[in-house]
Design a protein around this ligand. Structure first.
Ligand code: ZN
Length: 494
């Protein structure tokens, strides 16, 4: 059997987040070593689940080393980066006849030492193994793609969908691709083009991304096309490459790769003006939700999405819901360990005064801490399992979690940050989401995958925050200022 090393090292770094990402953040979400990786990920609808299944079907020997995933957040510590690299290097030294490496990466990792953590890791592995070991990796659709990644890897598979409902599929594709590389069935040619566009959180379920995505899928139908992806990029990482790119892999067909890149470049560039957030002001959104004949109406506070590194303790939307005295509403989630501890001491069924949220970043970014009187409805360990289409069967850990009833709003307050994309986060805490008039979630697009099955309407709301789509409000140091929609754009347009 051919030997293939597998692993995961993911981080989406928001450099505007003031809290750095360390080993403790990986331990809090997911840090596994060796055979524990197989027992944990097998059967789960995530990248490693797909990689493991494809390797088994292709009779490859799987050598699991390290799987590390932390919630998006501030810059990753170099100590932890070196730790992961060392683990991989040690394993490579110990394995005789290693033929392939498959990694689940994100592609937007910034560390203390580099703005291209993923490219640096892939280059280090390439240098370590030499040219004879194949390297294949999955990436997030929000990767800040770099030439180093393309140079070091044989094939990269970014997700096609946002919501990312294709974690497993891309992992499976990467595993199958490795089998084809090892049997000499394909000789990949990979090429990318970067377009001067900053993309806010735009779902592939809606325009302009929906039809542009269909165009990629059409190109993938070509016999010698292996992979065609529009990579949205992650502007809040503020790297030279934090912009939209198109990545094409063909079976040694350079002409086709160039033809696809030119076509996609043209199709995307023509729609540049549409790459803007569709969110509406909070006051309008709350009014619309209150007046809607049908429920639930989902209000998504995209700028405080923990899935993009925001602290998830912002109070702009919550304070509007309280001010408007809404009924039959629920919010997931405010991260506030101090309030959780106090609520636990107050006890279930009792009332208390709390200073809720707005504690991590400046109040201009996330709002002020709210003084609220609330009754404590539930206390839990915050563990729940996804049942929806995204990362199905994966277990989430919110830490100790309470529900505070503030007037007509049930607010889930937790110790840890977990993006509320699966309605189970409500059910786990005694709230039936389908019966609420208003569901407020700290998510930008992922929530749509599961909530669309029962929501009457889904509205993204505009607030300040570390993931604001108002790119001109950020002081970018590395993104060139001729990129849409920055103020300098137009002066030096290609
Ligand atoms: Zn993403």
């Amino acid at each position: 059997m051919k030997k293939v090393l597998i692993g995961e090292f993911k981080h989406e770094t928001n450099i505007f987040c003031s809290v750095p990402t360390t080993k403790a953040d990986y331990e809090a979400r997911s840090l596994k070593y060796g055979e524990n990786i197989i027992s944990y990920f097998e059967g789960k609808k995530v990248e490693l689940g797909g990689i493991i299944e494809a390797c088994r079907q292709n009779e490859l020997e799987i050598l699991p080393v390290i799987a590390a995933n932390a919630s998006p957040g501030g810059i990753v510590s170099s100590d932890f980066f070196e730790h992961v690299k060392e683990e991989l290097f040690e394993a490579i030294d110990q394995i005789d006849d290693l033929e392939g490496i498959i990694l689940s990466l994100h592609g937007a990792m910034v560390t203390e030492d580099t703005r291209d953590g993923d490219g640096e890791l892939l280059m280090a592995l390439r240098e370590k193994t030499g040219p004879d070991v194949f390297i294949v990796a999955t990436l997030d659709l929000h990767a800040n793609l770099t030439s180093a990644m393309i140079q070091a890897a044989d094939v990269l598979f970014p997700y096609d969908s946002y919501p990312h409902v294709d974690y497993y599929d891309r992992g499976f594709e990467a595993g199958n691709c490795m089998a084809k590389l090892l049997s000499g069935k394909i000789r990949p040619f990979m090429k990318a083009r970067w377009l001067p566009i900053l993309v806010p959180a735009l779902t592939t379920l809606l325009e302009p991304m929906a039809s542009l995505n269909d165009r990629s899928r059409d190109w993938e139908e070509r016999d010698s096309a292996i992979n065609v992806t529009i990579v949205h990029g992650f502007p809040w990482g503020d790297t030279e490459n934090s912009m939209l790119s198109v990545l094409v892999t063909t079976n040694s067909d350079e002409t086709l790769a160039e033809e696809i890149l030119q076509d996609m470049d043209k199709a995307i560039s023509e729609r540049t003006g549409e790459f803007v957030s569709s969110s509406i002001p909070t006051t309008d959104a709350v009014r619309r939700a209150m007046n809607s004949e049908n429920g639930p109406v989902v209000l998504a506070e995209e700028a405080d999405n923990p899935g993009g590194g925001a602290p998830c303790d912002g109070t702009f939307l919550l304070s509007e819901l309280i001010a408007r005295n809404v009924c039959n509403a629920a919010l997931a989630v405010i991260v506030d360990p101090e309030t959780v501890a106090k609520a636990i001491s107050v006890g279930v069924g009792n009332r208390g005064s709390f200073l809720l949220g707005g504690k991590v970043e400046d109040s201009k970014i996330n709002g002020i801490s709210l003084e609220v009187s609330a009754s404590v409805k539930t206390i839990s360990d915050g563990v729940f399992t996804n049942k929806g289409p995204m990362a199905n069967k994966l277990v989430n850990r919110l830490g100790r979690t309470v529900v505070l009833e503030i007037g007509g709003i049930d607010v889930i307050v937790s110790e840890q940050r977990v993006q509320p994309w699966d309605p189970e986060i409500f059910r786990r805490h005694g709230i039936e989401p389908t019966e609420k008039q208003i569901l407020a979630v700290k998510s930008a697009a992922h929530y749509r995958a599961a909530f669309s099955k029962f929501a009457a309407e889904m509205i993204n709301v505009t607030t300040p925050g570390l993931l604001s789509a108002d790119f001109n409000s950020f002081h970018f140091k590395n993104i060139p200022d001729n990129v849409f929609p920055l103020a300098g754009q137009g002066e030096d347009k290609k």
